[in-house]
Design a protein around this ligand. Sequence first.
Ligand SMILES: O=C(O)CCC(=O)C(=O)O
Length: 298
Amino acid sequence: MLTRDQVQSYRRDGYLVIENVLSATELENLRRVVEVLVEASRSVTAHDHVYDLEPSHTPEEPRVRRIKEPHNVHPAFREIAFSKRIADILTPLIGTTSGIRFQTGKLNMKSAGHGAAVEWHQDWAFYPHTNDDLLAIGLYLDDCGPENGPLMVIPGSHTWPILDHHVDGVFCGAIAPSTANIDFSKAVALTGKAGNMTIHHVRMVHGSALNTSDRPRRLLLFQYTAVDAFPLLGIPDWEKFNANIVTGNPTAEPRLTPVPVRIPLPAAIFEGSIYENQRTLGSRYFAVYEEARAVEPT
Ligand SMILES: O=C(O)CCC(=O)C(=O)O
């Protein structure tokens, strides 16, 4: 459970880091599962419903950028995503009105010396809801120092308006650093030990740099909403929507609050993952590896 200070700190700054959420045994088990998945990616040659690949991925040197929806790929991920331990931590942050709904998840992997950057963005730009009681947790599967491409956040930015995530009128899932008037020197790098958990508010401006180290950085991200926060882009499957409730009961009464919104349409030119969406961003904040530059749009 969180202390009152932690809850206040989250409300003020928009993020938290909680140490030792995963045990050594859980970490070992999850890493083993990930290694099997990466091994299986040797025969994968293009992005699919499970794998998002680095541009330099080959059968000889598999480089997976993301495992999509890991909770649907292996029960070990699902168990953690729907655990009471996580729900208890998140309840004071978003669960007091109606309970907590699991939204989705991803495992972002930055392979040693090749892991891609994620440009600054607000998750809210991708999935606005009727209220902003939404957050993402990040579970580090590896120790993460400054050179591993840790998650970086701009404290307090969860209270800002929603910034422009479009290029030439088309959604690109990133904020152009040259036009955003953001003081990036205020960014905080959420470094820490494997097993630590980050929490960031859905409107928080965040991103991460290249992994320039010789060690991987694997970050298991799960997104949650208040049960009464409904996606403005619609609910394709009511049964599935309600099957994701972790605590609380289904409701047909969304809670509406006066939140700033931009709709992520027209859809990004490159779809499939945030890395793909962000390819059309002209001016970047974070460096790009040469091998990725080779496939950048001109
Ligand atoms: O993996 C990271 O460092 C950041 C990922 C992120 O913000 C995202 O996938 O939305």
